[in-house]
Design a protein around this ligand. Structure first.
Ligand code: ADP
Ligand code: MG
Length: 688
């Protein structure tokens, strides 16, 4: 006899799942019964409502209940292609039904019998047809029709039916064992469904109301657990001892600048200095729109770190940025006799060794670099501060690894990704946050236009005019994936576009950077552009972050519909950095109204936070977080754009709970504590 299955058993312990199917599930990340039960449907098909044939909407799946009017006919239209065709009717009208390559249907369907068919009705004038519908006898409803049917993500060697049956068996075996992480009191007060109900109904809802109730509970659970986990991390941080700095006088640093810092910059530096002198380790996020001047804040803190005799490590996401930050920080810090050096993967072994030796001898005050800061086997005696720029490009592990080079080092994370406030509260629940909500004075807004390729000639004249007065132009093309044939057909690759422009503008110097070039090559092209040796830089989004070229006044984005709004906003931030009026032109031939509306948002506003909110609203989180370049955790059920009310409730409940029981030691919080510890250990929250 089989032993009773428990949640943590491999799925092959239940009936119907053998070695092979277990392997197919493994490809979807489903190993245990708990994983299987948590493998929620991607969507649902409503096979519960029957519509009259003539009222079926064209192209939308639905159920019809109809009688077979004639003998099903089998025909071969060409080799390997067989059709079974017959006509059905209900009281409203008739439809023709066709099955492809399912010759057995001829014997499964009987003339004069009534069946329920589920599928898309195709309408052409008065004629209606259905192809390969799911069916069952009208008298036997409730098998494949008559209900709400879950649709799952599949891997090779798995069918919908396999998954559905497996989940059903899994639920039967152990839905009663699911632990309840949400404290009873919260469930009752918020009227949330319990865990067993939620899991059963998210897979096999009795009706849409039950599905909504199940979903609400699961969304709450997901966000609540995330909020709790972040709270928990915060509690750990706040207990972590840090180097205690002597408070320096930031005015001394500011006095050396060619401009005065904005109020927001001063506030952010002051917040951070308070952390640095508190005796606890700083864990602060500095969030600010592109161009808000985050680097200056980091420089002020690196200065304070050096004043206290410690070293700063500054991690940038790309070689180009590391190079640029090195230059910027050197200019800001060398007046104080500070030494700023660079360490990147493309340096020679000898150069790297020299840097390592200098670090050992404590001759370097600030070391700027890429991943090489971690991977080049460097030790950091006297490490006081770790700064990471554009945080979403680094995983939690990397940052922790660098901070781990000195246990009590302080951490500053800088991000230009504006995240709607409600979301930020949860996502960054473990960090203290400073926001640069003020741009340096004199910044002009960048005039933005959305055009289609009929404007190509005017656009070309515009490029020429900018170049003739000595300004520079960015042209960004979407990254073309080599294996996506479709992309090669429809999208402008950076290289092809650069060739085109060279033909149009023989007098202009045109550079091109794309992701497939070696770092050294990229760097050379970027350098030429930043020194004004080229007029136009055609690139993929490798220039997206950070680079500062004040002489660039025009940003053109090709196939703009392929980019996220926030990403376009980042790109636009590459111009308008100098004194001259700057422009951004979004080129797109999309006919999709929603895409057009999205591009228009950019023409209307320059406010990164508003743009992020619109992005969420218009595209839905699936796309917004699609590439996961925002470093946000992957949500299984929650829709971060739409579930804002639950988001707020979850955050409020998590805060209140930690207020009462910060270490979750109360017996009624045991399941919750276990779950959160599991999350933190597994590193399943991958943000920052
Ligand atoms: P980001 O926040 O996007 O990283 P940067 O730190 O690159 O922004 O700053 C953008 C530009 O603004 C730089 O050229 C910098 O020198 C300039 N800048 C920063 N702070 C000020 C300020 N208070 N006044 C004038 N210019 C500033
Ligand atoms: Mg920056």
């Amino acid at each position: 006899m089989r032993k009773m299955a428990t949640l943590h058993d491999n799925i092959n312990t239940i009936k119907g799942i053998g070695e092979k199917r277990a392997l197919a599930f493994a490809r979807l990340g489903v190993y245990t019964l708990y994983d299987l039960l948590s493998f929620f449907p991607r969507r649902y098909e409503d096979r519960s409502v029957i519509v009259p044939i003539t009222e079926a909407a064209d192209g939308i799946p639905c159920c019809i209940s109809a009688v077979v009017a004639d003998e099903p006919r089998l025909s071969r239209i060409r080799r390997g292609m067989e059709l079974v065709k017959f006509r059905v009717f209900d009281s409203s009208g008739t439809a023709d039904i066709t099955y492809f390559n399912q010759s057995w249907m001829k014997n499964n369907i009987c003339r004069g019998e009534e069946y329920i068919f589920y599928g898309k009705v195709d309408t052409r004038g008065q004629r209606r047809s259905m192809t390969n519908p799911v069916f069952e006898k009208a008298g036997n409803r409730g098998g494949v029709t008559g209900n709400i049917v879950p649709v799952y993500r599949l891997s090779r060697a798995l069918t919908q039916k396999n998954v559905l049956q497996s989940v059903k068996a899994g639920l039967e075996a152990c839905s009663g064992q699911l632990p309840e992480p949400i404290p009873e009191e919260i469930l009752t007060r918020l009227g949330l469904a319990d865990v067993k109900y939620a899991y059963e109904n998210v897979h096999f809802p009795t009706d849409f109301q039950a599905l909504a109730r199940a979903r609400r509970r699961l969304v709450f659970e997901e966000l609540f657990l995330l909020a709790c986990a972040m709270q928990r991390r915060r509690t750990d941080h706040t207990e972590k001892k840090g180097l205690r700095y002597q408070m320096p006088e930031p005015e001394r640093f500011y006095a050396s600048l060619p401009f005065s810092p904005t109020g927001a910059q001063k506030r952010a530096v002051r917040d951070a200095l308070e952390d640095l002198t508190s005796g606890r380790a700083m864990n602060r996020l500095l969030q600010g729109d592109v161009g808000s001047g985050k680097t200056l804040c980091a420089a002020a803190l690196a200065w304070a770190t050096a004043q206290n005799g410690y070293v700063t490590a500054f991690m940038a996401p790309t070689e180009i940025l590391a190079e640029q930050h090195t230059g910027t920080l050197r200019a800001l810090l060398s007046p104080f006799g500070m030494r700023v050096e660079k360490l990147t993967g493309s340096m020679t072994a000898k150069e790297k060794r020299q840097i390592r030796d200098s670090l050992e001898r404590r001759e370097i005050d600030v070391l700027v670099g890429t991943h090489a800061l971690l991977t080049e086997n460097v030790t950091y005696p006297g490490l006081g501060l770790v700064v990471t720029d554009e945080q979403h490009r680094f995983g939690v592990g990397q940052r922790a690894a660098l901070a781990g080079k000195n246990e009590d080092a302080h951490v500053l994370v800088m991000s230009a990704t504006p995240i709607p406030r409600t979301l930020a509260l949860i996502i960054y629940g473990d960090l203290d946050v400073s926001i640069l909500d003020e741009l340096p004075p004199g910044r002009q807004s960048v005039d933005t236009f959305a055009v289609d390729s009929r404007y190509r000639e005017r656009l070309n004249r515009f490029i020429l005019r900018q170049a003739e007065v000595g300004h520079q132009v960015f042209v960004v093309c979407p990254a073309v994936e080599e294996n996506e044939e479709e992309n090669l057909l429809h999208l402008k690759s950076a290289e092809a576009h650069a060739e085109e422009l060279r033909a149009v503008f023989p007098s202009l110097r045109i550079g091109c950077v794309h992701g497939r070039m070696k770092p050294k090559e990229k760097e050379a092209v970027m350098e030429a552009f930043s020194h004004g040796e080229t007029d136009v830089l055609v690139s993929t989004t490798v220039i997206e972050v950070g680079v500062d070229i004040p002489n660039a006044t025009l940003m053109i984005v090709e196939n703009a519909e392929r980019f996220g709004l926030s990403q376009l906003h980042q790109l636009r931030g590459r111009v308008g950095r100098g004194k001259d009026k700057s422009y951004c032109v979004l080129v797109s031939d999309t006919r999709n109204e929603e895409s057009k509306a999205r591009l228009n948002v950019l023409c209307e506003t320059g406010d990164g936070f508003r743009i992020a909110e619109e992005d969420l609203r218009l595209r839905g989180p699936g796309d917004f977080f699609g590439a996961r370049q925002h470093g946000l955790p992957e949500m299984h059920v929650a829709d971060l754009g739409a579930d804002t009310a639950i988001l707020k409730a979850a955050k409020a409940e998590a805060d209140a709970l930690f207020e009462r029981d910060p270490l979750l030691t109360h017996p009624s919080h045991a399941a919750l504590r276990q779950r959160i510890e599991g999350m933190l250990q597994a590193g399943s929250i991958t943000l920052n």
